[in-house]
Design a protein around this ligand. Structure first.
Ligand code: ZN
Length: 325
């Protein structure tokens, strides 16, 4: 489905095999060419769907001149390689998003790091292998990227007769950026702000200095201070009232952080143990991906609580345990 959301700007809804079921890319008609924001996922039918949608507005994938990525999660960047092959489009993304993607290209090293990370956080060998399978699956869906330029925070880019601002919004992903069309008050938000669910937070296993939660909350404040009329997200419907949505997401994280803090006591527990306690009986109905995401998020909160000095972390026999008085 392709929908004109502003003059010459289109939302292209593309399939996803799991969870959210769809992802949006945004296509700007620049007269002779198309500038594309995110690409959708590399999966059967997605490329053909994008091509058919572009044809319905008088273009084709071959006429994409530029691709901007909000971040390099597979559902947002998956078709980049195929589209660049077809069109020779220039690719623009943040340097950190490029680095995150490069870690996946390292293959065996990534797998070894992930295995060590999740073992250190108390996962059983069986569950670690389930995580590795998820990472292998993500890896298989990632494209090769031919980067033209790295985006800078607050820089102004031109596409056709429009200009837009690059707004760095680390949190959901370390190298995440949004694109703000100030004249129209229009934000292409990627996964920074979603209408129905709080965007997931995951650790950067290569960089435990990066704090996804505090970075994410700081990035919400950046967005809150922009004169936004409408948000066009990577998933779900477009929406106004961005400040109210930001307040809801903040409240969600404050509550969740509190719940997590209450689960940490004098008995040393691992991230995995605390996560299992958090999920409780629901775990029986969750698939490996959902458990993986829950563990990641538990880690993100524990990491933040530790930095805030509210809990302690100790390493015993290669496994990290958390305690509080
Ligand atoms: Zn994402």
């Amino acid at each position: 489905m392709i929908t004109e959301i502003a003059e010459n700007l289109y939302r292209v809804t593309l399939p996803m095999p799991f969870r959210l079921r769809h992802v949006h890319a945004y296509a700007l008609d620049c007269g002779r060419s198309i500038t594309l924001f995110d690409t959708g996922m590399h999966m059967p039918g997605a490329y053909e769907k994008l091509e058919a949608d572009l044809e319905s507005i008088g273009f084709s994938a071959a006429r994409i001149s530029d691709i901007y990525l909000t971040h390099t999660h597979t559902d947002h960047c998956g078709l980049t390689e195929r589209l660049q092959e077809k069109s020779g489009a220039r690719l623009h993304l943040t340097e950190i998003a490029r680095q995150m993607h490069a870690h996946f290209e390292e293959g065996d090293y990534l797998i070894a790091e992930a295995r060590a990370f999740y073992t250190r956080h108390g996962m059983t060998a069986r569950d670690v292998e389930a995580v590795i399978e998820e990472i292998e699956d993500m890896k298989s869906r990632l494209p090769r990227l031919e980067v033209s330029t790295f985006l800078k925070d607050n820089e102004i880019r031109r596409a056709g007769n429009r200009t837009f601002e690059v707004i760095f919004t680390p949190g959901h992903a370390a190298g995440h950026a949004c694109f703000f069309f100030r004249d129209e008050g229009l934000l292409l938000a990627g996964d920074h702000i979603l209408p129905y669910i709080p965007p997931s937070l995951s650790p950067n296993i290569y960089d435990e200095i990066f704090l996804p939660l505090s970075s994410y909350l700081a990035s919400l404040t950046v967005i809150e201070n922009l004169p936004i009329t409408v948000v066009h997200p990577g998933h779900g419907n477009s929406f106004g009232g961005v400040r109210e949505r930001i307040d809801e997401i903040r409240a969600h994280h404050a509550l969740k952080k509190e719940v997590l803090l209450n689960l940490v006591d004098r008995t040393p527990k691992t991230t995995f143990g605390i996560c299992a306690q958090l999920i409780g009986a629901a775990a029986a109905t969750w698939d490996d991906w959902e458990k993986f995401m829950a563990l990641n998020e538990t880690f993100v909160y524990l990491q933040q609580l530790r930095r805030d000095g509210q809990i302690r972390e100790t390493l015993t026999n290669g496994v990290l345990y958390y305690t509080a008085d």
